[in-house]
Design a binder for this molecule. Structure first.
Ligand SMILES: [Zn+2]
Length: 439
């Protein structure tokens, strides 16, 4: 009888534990599948913000859904940023800092995001995944060793003709589902939570117009990373260089002795890269920076090459600028009649310079991952984030994982577990801030 009572007690305790957390009204997966259907591809070099109007389709949907979840102060700003505030449920919310969560709405200009046909590979059993509408697009185990951890999971891919948009609709779905879980479970204690969904992250969007003060967060996280557990307090610093070659154009029929064709000089300059610039995207990984001749416009009169400089060491950018100028000097010797000009602009600085003063941001995130059953670890990002620019502006903002893989391409994927574990981590994170983040 006594052992029966003990069993009953265990049973009651267990059912109490399981009953403790109510499910969200909608899974992160379902939300994700709805958001990826909306084409939000951004475009480079547009004067307006957002760079493409279609991003507002998602902004308006999110505005409605946030209001439906009871989020307060929901609005879309002039530049297309969706803001909102989830009020804390502590006896005194002013005792813990307001924490912000940010995800971006746009998808990369590199690959189409129109008519995304998300495919769910239920109960994945291993092996390469061939995308059905373009069989040359294959997610291989060789290049994606993470697949081995996803046996039994439901993997989500595009159909081979578009990107998926996991970057960053995963982040949006996870933040929305976190809000949903908090609403269903008032027993989960948290301080004020500021929410923002941004347009144009992929094209260096409107972070200068992000209303930091009005938004109210003291610290924030972008939810825009990849592998489960990857937490980043470090990006490289970014500068963009423009090398312009000025020749002389004239009608080709009467050009003898007059025309100076700038395209040859631009071509010569580029041809020197493999030898003179050893650190390029295709030759570097980890903490190595690179110099990347990315795009060019060419005509007889004027040719301009846009070059991306990336370096984890802030002082390294200056050395990279010198390296570009050395290549210019060689081309100048060969083409003395072409005028070669150099200019550059700063993109963002390595956020580690600021974040090293706030170790609790990543410590709490690692603890939250652990509570969600994920091994969290710090990993530098070989890319920029909205957080890097906000951190540069004074709002410390590291980056959290979303479970996604292969961003900006047709082989992009995420999984049910990826979305759920990331969501769970966010729910734990706001609790940890309430527990330990007091002033
Ligand atoms: Zn992203």
């Amino acid at each position: 009888m006594r052992s029966f009572c003990a069993l009953l007690l265990v049973f009651l305790l267990l059912s109490f534990t399981f009953a403790q957390q109510k499910l969200p009204t909608e899974s992160a997966m379902n939300r994700f599948l709805r958001y990826v259907k909306i084409d939000t591809q951004s475009a480079e070099d547009q004067p307006a913000s957002p760079s493409t109007k279609k991003q507002l389709d998602l902004a308006r949907l999110l505005e409605t859904e946030l209001k439906g979840l009871g989020v307060q102060d929901v609005r879309i700003s002039e530049v297309g940023i969706v803001y909102g505030m989830v009020p804390g449920n502590l006896a005194d919310n002013s005792k813990v800092p307001t924490i912000g969560f940010i995800a971006h709405m746009d998808t990369s200009p590199a690959v189409s995001g129109e008519n995304v046909n998300a495919i769910i590979h239920n109960n994945y059993q291993g092996g390469d995944i061939v995308l059905p509408n373009d069989k040359t697009q294959v997610i291989t185990v060789a290049l994606n060793p993470d697949l081995k951890n996803l046996i039994g999971d439901d993997i989500i891919t595009a159909d081979g003709t578009t990107l998926l948009g996991s970057d960053d609709k995963s982040g949006i779905a996870e933040i929305m589902t976190m809000i949903d879980i908090l609403k269903q479970n008032p027993g989960i204690k948290h301080g004020n939570i500021a929410i923002a969904f941004t347009p144009d992250e992929e094209v260096g969007g409107p972070m200068d117009q992000f209303e930091i003060e009005k938004w109210g967060a003291k610290f924030a996280y972008t939810v825009d990373g990849e592998h489960l557990g990857d937490i980043s307090n470090e990006t490289w610093s970014a500068r963009t260089a423009f090398v312009t070659f000025r020749g002389r154009s004239t009608h080709p029929g009467t050009a003898k002795g007059i025309m100076i064709n700038s395209t040859y000089a631009a071509g010569d300059f580029l041809a020197r890269f493999p030898e003179m610039v050893p650190n390029r995207p295709e030759t570097t990984a980890g903490r190595e920076g690179y110099i990347h001749a990315a795009t060019a416009t060419m005509s007889e009169e004027t040719s301009t090459i846009r070059i991306l400089l990336r370096n984890f060491d802030i002082n390294g950018l200056a050395a990279q600028e010198e390296a570009v100028k050395k290549v210019m000097a060689e081309t100048q010797k060969k083409y003395p009649n072409v005028k070669i000009e150099y200019k550059s602009e700063l993109g963002y600085l390595n956020m580690k310079e600021v974040l090293k003063n706030y170790p609790q941001l990543t410590d709490f995130a690692i603890e939250a991952s652990k509570r969600a059953g994920v091994t969290g670890a710090l990993r530098p990002i070989r890319g920029g984030t909205d957080g890097a620019r906000l951190t540069t502006r004074g709002l410390p903002t590291p980056n959290l994982f979303t479970g996604g893989h292969n961003f900006h391409g047709k082989l992009e994927f995420n999984s049910r577990k990826g979305l759920e574990k990331s969501t769970e981590t966010l729910v734990h994170l706001v609790q940890i801030w309430a527990e330990k983040g007091g002033k």
